[in-house]
Design a protein around this ligand. Structure first.
Ligand SMILES: NC(=O)c1ccc[n+]([C@@H]2O[C@H](COP(=O)([O-])OP(=O)(O)OC[C@H]3O[C@@H](n4cnc5c(N)ncnc54)[C@H](O)[C@@H]3O)[C@@H](O)[C@H]2O)c1
Length: 316
């Protein structure tokens, strides 16, 4: 059943007990309750960069929660294997999609419409580390290709998904930023520029399409154990165990590395109706790194009598 946004004095949605919810509400002032294993029931998602790492983990999570997914990537063999592992065309379709080519991104979005009847969720996830090194010596061609993948690719995804979602009157667009999109010095220059821009585009598009019932958010993870980060930390994109150990060592959360699944879980919430009143958000998945947490204790962690003016201490 549905309930009409009734809110108790402590802010909880009020609903009659004992009723199972119906799916597919068109009324944005109703909240639907899904069973926890079907949080994306009846939804169709498009994911770029879906063949590996965070994109692949999200594809699996979305399908587990009842969505059908259209997956785009340039690693065709990995993409095809992923589709097979997700149960084939009933649940998932792979299309070769280089996000630097607007027509390929448009075709990916159209594949969702023609094969599964529409697009409810767009996850712009494709990315690379890109140009590395001092800005003073960065080759312009490396800068441009990095920006083309990380920024223009997200623009194409936002553009073609929002066109359909505005017409449909609903949808959730999610894009990959990074903690390097929130702070300086955490990534290479072109990566940092593109990830900051993703946050800006997220806010701008959210302001445009909210009136059409479309939500737009992005996710900003710290270093997570994926092939991209494994390559950076170990020189081998397949050394995930070594990567997890290294990330756990430096984590602000004791012994806990960030995993692709942590980001997939964030992307699940942003895709689902549970985040139905959230738009324009940059959701950090960083163990508190961008709010000051580190693997070392903060300043003033140990008790001492309170410090006062002119070297005095204590309350007396
Ligand atoms: N892993 C992290 O620590 C981390 C942190 C913050 C943000 N991110 C972002 O998350 C996203 C996914 O990264 P990941 O860590 O899963 O890396 P990954 O290398 O495992 O996956 C990235 C995928 O993007 C695909 N891709 C690359 N260029 C493409 C192109 N031109 N067109 C289409 N697909 C392309 C790759 O083939 C790959 O499958 C990226 O945008 C990355 O910047 C990752």
């Amino acid at each position: 059943m549905r309930w009409d946004g009734g809110v108790s004095d402590i802010g909880h949605a009020i609903r009659p007990d004992g009723d199972k919810p119906a799916m597919g509400s068109a009324n944005m002032n109703t909240i639907e309750e899904h069973t926890m294993d079907q949080r994306l029931a009846n939804k169709v998602a498009v994911i770029t960069g879906a063949a590996s790492g965070i994109g692949a983990a999200t594809a699996k999570t979305y399908v587990e929660h009842g969505a059908r997914v259209v997956l785009g990537d340039i690693q065709d063999d990995l993409g095809a294997a992923l589709v097979a592992s997700l149960g084939g065309a009933e649940n998932a379709t792979f299309c070769h999609c280089d996000v630097t080519d607007e027509q390929q991104v448009e075709a990916l979005v159209e594949a969702a419409v023609t094969q599964y009847g529409g697009i409810d969720i767009m996850f712009n996830c494709a990315g690379i580390v890109g140009a590395v090194g001092p800005m003073s010596t960065t080759p312009a061609a490396e800068w441009k290709l990095t920006i083309d993948i990380m920024l223009n690719g997200v623009f194409y995804g936002m553009k073609h998904a929002s066109r359909h979602m505005k017409a449909a009157g609903s949808g959730s667009i999610i894009s990959m930023s990074s903690t390097a999109g929130v702070m300086g010095g955490l990534g290479p220059h072109a990566y940092t520029a593109a990830k900051h821009a993703v946050i800006g585009m997220t806010k701008g598009l959210a302001a445009e399409v909210g009136l059409f019932g479309v939500r737009v958010n992005c996710i900003a993870p710290a270093g997570m154990a994926t092939p991209m980060v494994a390559d950076v930390l170990t020189g081998d994109h397949q050394k995930l165990d070594e990567t997890i150990a290294a990330l756990a060592e430096g984590s602000p959360l004791k012994g806990r590395a960030g995993l692709a699944q942590d980001v997939a879980n964030a992307a699940l919430w942003l895709a689902s109706d549970e985040s139905g009143y959230t738009s324009g958000l940059t959701l950090t998945v960083d163990a508190g790194a961008t709010t000051g947490s580190t693997a070392a204790p903060p300043a003033f962690a140990e008790y001492e009598p309170m410090k006062r003016e002119a070297g005095r201490t204590g309350v007396e």
